[in-house]
Design a protein. Structure first.
Ligand code: C2E
Ligand code: CA
Ligand code: CA
Length: 510
């Protein structure tokens, strides 16, 4: 009989003699028959003498091995991830509580490392689901090989893994483990069909007891550290730091308020003129989104647009921007164009071509007066889908500009596959235009590219006369910047949008 079971069996037996009450005990016998383990349930009842003393125990013994194994299997299934056989989130929480209690008793530290594969969605899109499953299994195996048998390894979400390392006295030791794990994950993986794939991961680390005492606090904090790391420098590690917490809370509040901003009419559009170099007339306006929150004040678009994308609000907000800008432009008496920025999310989800068709019909704006601005980053995800969507938008007669050109990493070949009408050079190249010949060389190169592809080139961020002069000499087609007008409410530009004579549209360029 198993050592511990023997003790409990004997104790139960003794208790029956003492109390005269029936009792039952479960025991495991090793090596009975075929060397397998078997479990038995022993029901014991006392037999008493006429004087009331227990003189014997009559037992009834039932084999429960099948039931026991079935239960074990169920317990395994409900506590483990079927794909990787690692423990799952629920079971991790259970085990972690025990580990933490034990660590506190021994006055030891515990490190909780949350891993996440960088751009796992991209792997899924590019290689397909079964290959992605293979990647997850391989990552699970590699992590398990790097840690001690006693450490916990769990898969807690789609591509998120948690490692719990006990008895690590120094942060340096945890850091070394994290680096070892990242290196192991980064080794090329050979897929079942022989293709090779290289992936990377990021990791956030929280330490018990410093960063939290409970399993849920530690999990939350290491996952916050992970998100910050992933955003700032993927393929690396980051420790939780209490300032993250306050940043995190601020972000949550901002997110909540952003969800209501549309209903509360806190979003608005401002417009910035674009100037045609040849005629020196205003050719149209770019619509730029503003959020003026009663609580947070004006929030930078780069910040809240990223937030809207991450909380799934961008489709709704983007559609609102399109409708608002088209309705506005339709009211102008001068048929100028309106350029609207479109987030990659709008191209990858929903049916942007259908949305634009509806909005143009609703507002009565001729398609030729609408331009949408997209960045190279929308090409990364689902190439075919992006091409298809843009092609359909273009066939409506709507113009498509590539924005922030020069900052992404599309190759010329990918660019040629897209139906663009215009290139917009990123404003970072204009900043040092006068002084630095390198920026000038880049601007010239892009202008040359534009001529080669027969695409007009817009230069944005023009702030000085000097920059405007240089750009005219280089042959830029359109320019935009504070020099000619800041992004402002459209009423500021009513002389242009509602001018009866073209010369009123002219904005002086020396
Ligand atoms: P962007 O599309 O590159 O917009 C141009 C940005 O340059 C605007 O910043 C504008 O205010 C700024 N700018 C214009 N002229 C000058 C200049 O002479 N000097 C300098 N230093 N800056 C100038 P803003 O309005 O803060 O917008 C930032 C970004 O937010 C935009 O960059 C765009 O990517 C995004 N964004 C703005 N509105 C929308 C929108 O409605 N939808 C989407 N998806 N994105 C938007
Ligand atoms: Ca833009
Ligand atoms: Ca831009």
């Amino acid at each position: 009989m198993d050592e511990a079971d023997r003790a409990s069996f004997l104790a139960t037996f003794a208790t029956i003699f003492e109390t005269g009450e029936p009792a039952a005990v479960e025991v495991r016998l090793d090596g009975c028959g075929e060397g397998a383990r078997r479990w038995f349930w022993i029901d014991m009842r006392p037999e008493t003498s006429p004087a009331g003393a227990v003189i014997a125990v009559r037992g009834f013994c039932q084999e429960i091995t099948d039931r026991k194994l079935a239960l074990e299997r169920i317990r395994f299934m409900t506590s483990h991830d079927p794909l990787t056989s690692l423990i799952n989130r629920g079971h991790l929480l259970e085990r972690l509580d025990q580990v933490l209690a034990e660590a506190r008793r021994r006055r030891e530290n515990v490190a909780l490392l949350t891993f996440d594969i960088d751009d796992f969605k991209g792997i899924n899109d590019l290689f397909g689901h079964s290959a992605a499953d293979g990647v997850l299994r391989e990552v699970a195996a590699r992590i398990s090989r790097q840690v001690r048998e006693t450490d916990l390894v769990a898969r807690v979400g789609g591509d998120e893994f948690v490692v719990v390392e006990t008895g690590c006295e120094e942060p340096e030791i945890v850091e070394a483990l994290a680096r070892r794990l990242l290196r192991a994950i980064a080794e090329p993986i050979t897929l079942a069909d022989g293709r090779e794939i290289a992936i990377s991961a990021s990791v956030g680390i929280a330490l018990h007891p410093f960063d939290g005492m409970t399993s849920s606090a530690l999990l939350a904090h290491s996952s916050q550290a992970l998100h910050v790391t992933k955003k700032e420098r993927p393929n690396s590690l980051g420790f939780y730091d209490a300032t993250i917490q306050s940043e995190w809370q601020k972000r949550r509040v901002l997110e909540q308020d952003l969800r209501l901003a549309l209903q509360h009419r806190e979003l608005s559009l401002v417009y910035q003129p674009m100037i045609c170099m040849r005629t020196t007339l205003c050719s149209g306006f770019e619509a730029l989104l503003r959020w003026n929150s009663p609580v947070h004040g004006p929030v930078a678009p780069d910040l809240f647009i990223g937030l809207a994308e991450s909380i799934g609000l961008m489709e709704e907000v983007g559609t609102w921007v399109l409708r608002e800008a088209c309705a506005e432009a339709a009211r102008w008496s001068v048929p100028l164009t309106v350029a609207v920025n479109v987030s990659p999310i709008q191209i990858q989800q929903g049916d942007l071509a259908a949305i634009i068709t509806d909005i143009l019909r609703e507002t009565g704006l001729p398609p030729s007066r609408l331009e949408i601005e997209v960045t190279e980053s929308m090409l990364i995800r689902n190439f075919e889908r992006a091409v298809d969507t843009l092609q359909r938008i273009k066939s409506l007669g709507v113009g498509i500009s590539i924005d922030d050109f020069g900052t992404g990493y599309s190759s010329l070949a990918t660019l040629r596959a897209f139906p663009f009408n215009k290139l917009k050079i990123d404003r970072s190249f204009v900043r040092d235009l006068a002084e630095e010949s390198e920026s000038l060389a880049i601007v010239n190169a892009v202008l040359g590219l534009g001529r080669g592809l027969r695409l007009p080139v817009v230069v944005e961020g023009v702030e000085t006369e000097r920059q405007a002069d240089i750009l005219r000499d280089c042959g830029a087609d359109e320019i935009q910047g504070y020099l000619f007008g800041r992004p402002s409410p459209i009423s500021t530009y009513s002389a242009i949008t509602d001018a009866m004579r073209p010369q009123h549209r002219s904005i002086s360029i020396q």
